[in-house]
Design a protein around this ligand. Sequence first.
Ligand code: BEZ
Length: 184
Amino acid sequence: MDFGGANGYKESIPNALSFKEPVMAITAGSPLPHAKFKIMTETGPAEISTDELFKGKKAVLFAVPGAFTPTCTNSHLPGFLHHAADLKAKGVDVIACTSVNDVFVMDAWSKASGAKGTITFLADGNGDFAKAVGLELDGAPIGFGIRSKRYAMFLDDGVVKKLHVEDTPGTAIESSAEKLLSDL
Ligand code: BEZ
């Protein structure tokens, strides 16, 4: 992007600062865009792609507006933890949670919630995935910056088969584990 600055300025503008048109929200029937997340491994933070996570698998991916926030911690995440065995019994190979938080926050939340090892925590620190699926949330009015809407999707081989998006970030009903289970 050219901001008309001094020589070399053009190349130094990172993608995250470029002004892109918002993407239409993804819908059932569409493949997930290729994207990368950060995950915590035994040796520290690492990168993982949507292909590595979801290709050839049945998966549930749910997104929250923030790790450790009230609805996410007290209702949304516990629902998926509680129903993990039920989801697996219906053929789900992977249960993953994403949020626009850094990998250290996501790892701390996975431990504090007791979900580490059952749910895969995917840090979307710059919100690239949230933007790519058109499900970003403008949390600026409450001091959150750009986050992800709250949603849950069922994926088969990386293709969205079911998608439930909440209208408000403080509600986890449409996007609950119970609702998604009733789809399967
Ligand atoms: C919540 O988890 O309750 C919440 C998260 C972000 C914005 C508003 C509410």
